[in-house]
Design a protein around this ligand. Structure first.
Ligand code: ZN
Length: 168
C-alpha cells in the first residue's frame, strides 16, 4: 500500500516543487544543503522525479528521502506529510504528531545524556589536573593523609578516563 503512495508522490511532485515549498531557493539547479553547513550551494536538484544529491555530504535520494531527512521522519511519515502538505489526497492518514514528538523528545534526551557525560568528563579532567599540580607534602605533615586520599582519587580518575576512552 505504501509502495504505491511512494511512487505516486514521486511522480506527482518535482524536487524543485518540494524544496521551494519548504523555503529553499534553487538557483541554476543547485541550492544550499541543509544537511551539512553549506556556504556554497552544493545540493543538486534534478528535474522531474529524479531527486537530489549533495556533492559535499553525499546525501541524496527522492523527494520522500529529502523530507524524511529534513524533518527527521521515517519514509512512511514523510510520504504522509508530503501528501498532506501538497493536498494530493493519496492517503486519508494525517501526519502522526505523536510519532514526530516522540522522535524530537528522544533526540533531546540523547543530547542531554551526551551533554551531562561531557560535563562530567570535563569536571573530572579539571579535578585530575588540579590534583596533579598539587605539591607533595612531607610524610610527617598533617596534610599527608589528605594527599594520600587525593592520590587514591587520582587513580580512580585515571581509571575513569581509561575506561571512557577505550569504551567507544
Ligand atoms: Zn550536503
Amino acid at each position: 500500500m505504501y509502495g504505491d503512495i511512494f511512487s505516486q508522490i514521486k511522480s506527482s511532485l518535482t524536487m524543485a516543487d518540494v524544496v521551494e515549498h519548504y523555503g529553499f531557493e534553487v538557483k541554476r539547479g543547485v541550492m544550499l544543503c541543509p544537511f551539512h553547513s553549506d556556504s556554497h550551494p552544493s545540493l543538486k536538484v534534478y528535474p522531474g522525479s529524479r531527486g537530489w544529491h549533495c556533492f559535499v555530504c553525499d546525501a541524496g535520494g527522492s523527494v520522500i528521502d529529502f523530507v524524511a531527512k529534513l524533518f527527521h521522519l521515517n519514509a512512511r511519515q514523510a510520504a504522509i506529510r508530503l501528501d498532506n502538505d501538497f493536498r494530493l489526497g493519496l492517503s486519508t492518514e494525517k501526519p502522526d504528531r505523536r510519532e514526530v514528538d516522540r522522535w524530537v523528545r528522544e533526540q533531546r534526551e540523547k543530547q542531554a545524556v551526551l551533554d551531562a557525560y561531557r560535563a562530567e568528563y570535563d569536571a573530572k579532567c579539571r579535578e585530575a589536573y588540579l590534583i596533579r599540580s598539587m605539591q607533595k607534602p612531607p610524610p610527617e605533615s598533617p596534610l599527608w593523609g589528605e594527599y594520600a586520599a587525593l592520590m587514591g582519587r587520582l587513580d580512580y580518575l585515571d581509571n575513569y578516563y581509561f575506561i571512557q576512552n577505550h569504551w567507544r
